[in-house]
Unconditional design. Structure first.
Length: 397
């Protein structure tokens, strides 16, 4: 049997995936990404739209989705587990994304009339998370639902990516790590080509406006997360790559400094304007590429270290983990909260006023998120686990 690193041995000992400390820190990272989204959207109504990490939130959530969801397929590809059951996988994914979203959709429509879809067709698009199929599908206060549609299409793509990797190994005789690297390279090409196409058709709103939100525009984020989890936790032939990532993760000062530099450049004017300010294709590409790199650096920094570091301690703090658990509902509720509050609250002037406004949006959104998690998400997750136990398969994160 091929040797595995101490980190891989420790982390694979029970689950074949990240250990408990790493799961906690990655949950904390998910919470940080959600708060970053709140910061960006809150500052967008002020004179300080640069505040926050633009595009960081959705991209990090996409990378984490790929990182967590592809592991059962990785184990099957290398012969360490059965082929994932598609029916159970679909049930779990649908129960994860739709209950909380549908509750938010209908409650927001009830209290915030501008968010209501104007026709039965638009209601169907909204209810099925296919709003981006129409250039007018994104409703006020729920514009951020585009990322849920992108996530949903990734759920469909996961088995296709897994089957493609398996076929490359079985028919082309590629090693799994080589097959996954080839898929990663292909995703880079697909995303680059799609982004070039949509940026060159920005005036054609009937075909390209919402197409810039479709899965091809973010495929590399999901596949990068899948590749990282495959190399770190599953494939014994990824030893050299894994050791390099462990070396990096064991130096949290280097991780933090790299993240600050990459994030600072990504969020600077080199990446274009902020919010709805037009940016050139080159600026958009720079921000997207560096933000994807930033998300990958943080995931590696938290998941690859064989021992705790100050970074894993920060992101696995009880408060960060709690926000991470509520992150999906926080993401759902913060934008309608912002829109409703903006009707009744005069945003204070100055940078301190912006921070107070951000704090207010967060303070209202967090209790709603906690309630949504407790009364909607958690029962759905419980049902998901019940289905998993009946099928005899381990639950996908």
């Amino acid at each position: 049997m091929a040797k595995r690193s101490p980190a891989a041995n420790r982390q694979q000992s029970h689950t074949g995936g990240p250990g408990l400390n790493h799961i906690a820190s990655l949950t904390g990272l998910r919470g940080f990404a959600a708060v970053a989204v709140v910061a960006v959207h809150a500052s967008g109504l002020t004179a300080y739209p640069w505040f926050g990490l633009h595009t960081f939130g959705p991209i990090t959530l996409f990378v984490l989705s790929g990182f967590l969801l592809f592991q059962p397929w990785s184990r099957w590809i290398v012969g360490r587990g059965p082929q994932p059951d598609l029916e159970r996988y679909a049930q779990r994914r649908l129960l994860r994304i739709f209950p909380a979203y549908l509750v938010a959709l209908f409650l927001v429509a009830l209290v915030y009339p501008p968010s209501r879809p104007p026709s039965i067709e638009q209601w169907l698009l909204s209810a099925t998370l296919t709003q981006t199929a129409s250039p007018v599908g994104l409703r006020p206060g729920l514009e951020h639902a585009w990322s849920l549609g992108t996530e949903l299409t990734w759920y469909v793509a996961v088995p296709l990516v897994g089957l493609t990797a398996f076929a490359l190994c079985a028919r082309a005789r590629l090693r799994p790590v080589v097959a996954m690297t080839a898929i990663l390279a292909a995703s880079v090409a697909i995303t680059a080509a799609w982004r070039v196409y949509t940026s060159n058709h920005t005036q054609d709103l009937s075909t390209a406006f919402t197409a810039s939100y479709w899965l091809p525009a973010y495929l590399v984020c999901f596949v990068a997360g899948s590749w990282l989890s495959h190399v770190l936790f599953v494939d014994p032939n990824g030893g050299r790559l894994r050791r390099s990532m462990e070396w990096f993760a064991q130096r949290p000062g280097v991780v933090a400094a790299s993240a600050l530099v990459v994030g600072g450049v990504a969020n600077s004017r080199l990446g274009g304007g902020w919010g709805w300010v037009p940016s050139t294709p080159a600026e958009q590409s720079l921000r997207f590429g560096l933000t994807t790199l930033l998300a990958a650096l943080l995931v590696v920094g938290l998941a690859a270290s064989p021992r705790p570091t100050f970074l894993t301690a920060v992101f696995s703090h009880r408060g960060m983990v709690a926000v991470g658990r509520w992150s999906y509902s926080l993401y759902l509720w913060h934008l309608p909260v912002r829109e409703i509050l903006a009707r009744y609250v005069n945003i204070p002037d100055g940078f301190l006023g912006m921070l107070l406004w951000f704090g207010l949006v967060l303070a209202v959104s967090l209790p709603l998120a906690a309630a949504s998690y407790a009364f909607v998400e958690r029962p759905a997750l419980r049902m998901s686990r019940t289905l998993t136990q009946r099928s005899g398969l381990r639950e996908t994160p």
